[in-house]
Design a protein around this ligand. Structure first.
Ligand code: AMP
Ligand code: ZN
Length: 136
């Protein structure tokens, strides 16, 4: 997409600090890092969310995430990671081009786990939810 900032990064129209690249994906340093070595990995196909990305490219993206983490390991030797993406506006997605955040974690960095993103079970029991899934 011509006006998409991440497509512009892929095309080299906007500069970025590349961490990893392959035929289908690019990983670069987040401009507003929330951790030392905060990286975003993006597919080169413009897709707003996983629903617009083909299964084949989704598979390749997951391998690119692994390769990127391997590279971060070599350079920064973090002690752990949080990896994930903000999916949709309510999930906190601001850039409408799928991007996977990699947050390297270090002891004493005062960060949390993915469980700290939200803690609201919607007032429905696990048993009731399980019944809904059984119907599909
Ligand atoms: P999200 O809220 O998941 O959509 O996150 C978008 C991320 O993209 C944020 O962490 C931004 O700091 C990052 N970002 C936006 N523009 C750039 C850019 N030009 N180069 C690197 N990172 C960027
Ligand atoms: Zn795009």
């Amino acid at each position: 997409m011509s006006e998409c900032i991440f497509c512009k990064i892929i095309k080299g129209e906007i500069a970025s600090y590349k961490v990893y690249e392959d035929e289908n994906n690019l990983a670069f340093l987040d401009i507003n890092p929330h951790a030392k070595g905060h990286v975003v990995v993006i597919p080169k196909d413009h897709a707003e969310t996983i629903f617009e990305l083909s299964d084949e490219k989704m598979e390749k993206l997951s391998i690119a995430i692994k390769r990127t983490i391997e590279k971060i390991n070599l350079v920064l030797q973090p002690e752990g990671y949080n990896v994930g993406w903000n999916h949709g506006k309510i999930g906190g997605q601001t850039v409408p081009h799928l991007h996977v955040h990699i947050f390297p974690r270090y002891s004493g960095d005062q960060g949390g786990s993915v469980h700290s993103i939200v803690n609201n079970n919607g007032g429905i029991s696990v048993e009731q939810l399980a019944k809904k899934f059984e119907k599909i």
